[in-house]
Structure formats: structure tokens, C-alpha cells
Design a protein. Sequence first.
Length: 173
Amino acid sequence: MKKERILYSEEDIRMRVKEMAKEIDAYYEGREVLVIGLLRGCFIFCSDLVRAMDSKMEIDFMTTSSYENKFSSSGEVKVLNDLRTDVKGRDVLIVDDIIDTGHTLETVHKAIHAMEPASVKCAVMLDKPSRREVDFSADFVGFTIDDVFIVGYGLNYGPYFRNKPYIYTYEED
């Protein structure tokens, strides 16, 4: 039988998100930032992050897919819904739940960069560097994790488990 093993509690996450918000505010001090969340995984983290930030901001979303209800990324990134906001000349912060292989963030970063923003940075709740297949790193990272399958706090398996307020994995009992 499998049981949940919590990797990051609700309190751990809340504290780290507040710290990240301060780091990001310091970076963008005095400038407006366009926050672009990558749905669906980022929706809880992005919401918590922007509410903890003091920077003047606009928020938009893109819907991307590379997992298609599997345990690991297919490596093929699909943009299902694109931006509604013009990014030209703006400071952009891309927010995602996790950087795993790096394909999604690399693809989105390149697409945004082609739109001629003033700058593009990335913030992720989780970084799994052991799985990286491309040379891409996030600028702001909540936690670095080992190569384990995780769910909760926006992360899913199939259509489920995004609603848990903590990040966990399963282990054999």
C-alpha cells in the first residue's frame, strides 16, 4: 500500500513563497513587472507569490502542456492558450510550478524573448536539476528537489491532487 510522504508542508511553502516575493521585489525595485503564469500547474503558486509581492504588476497567463497525464515530460511543449498582453519593452517574470527537463520554460522563454521584452526572468516553486535535458535554469527557485514524482500545491497526476496545500510523494508502506 502507498502512503503520502510530505516533502514540504503548507507552512514551509508559505514561508518560502514570502522569501521569494522579497527577492523578486528587490530585483524589480521601482519597475513594473508583467507576471506570466504557466497554467495549469502554476495557479496556486503564482497566486500566493503575487499576493506576497509589493511590486506594481500586471498578470497574464499561458496554458502549456508537456506531461499529458504522464509521470514525466514528453519533451514536446504545446502552447494551448497564448498571451493577451503585449510584452514589448516590459520586464517579464515567467512563473511555473516546476522546472524538470527544462523544455517548457526554455520554449516559453524563447517565445517571450522574441516579443522584445526589456527583460525576462523565471520563478519556479520547485527545481529538479537531475532531470534537466536542456541548458536552462530558473532565476528564482523555491526548493530544489531530488528526482521523485511529486504532487500537491498545483502539481498534478492526471487531473488530480492539485488541491493539496502541501507537496508530497508516495512511498510503499
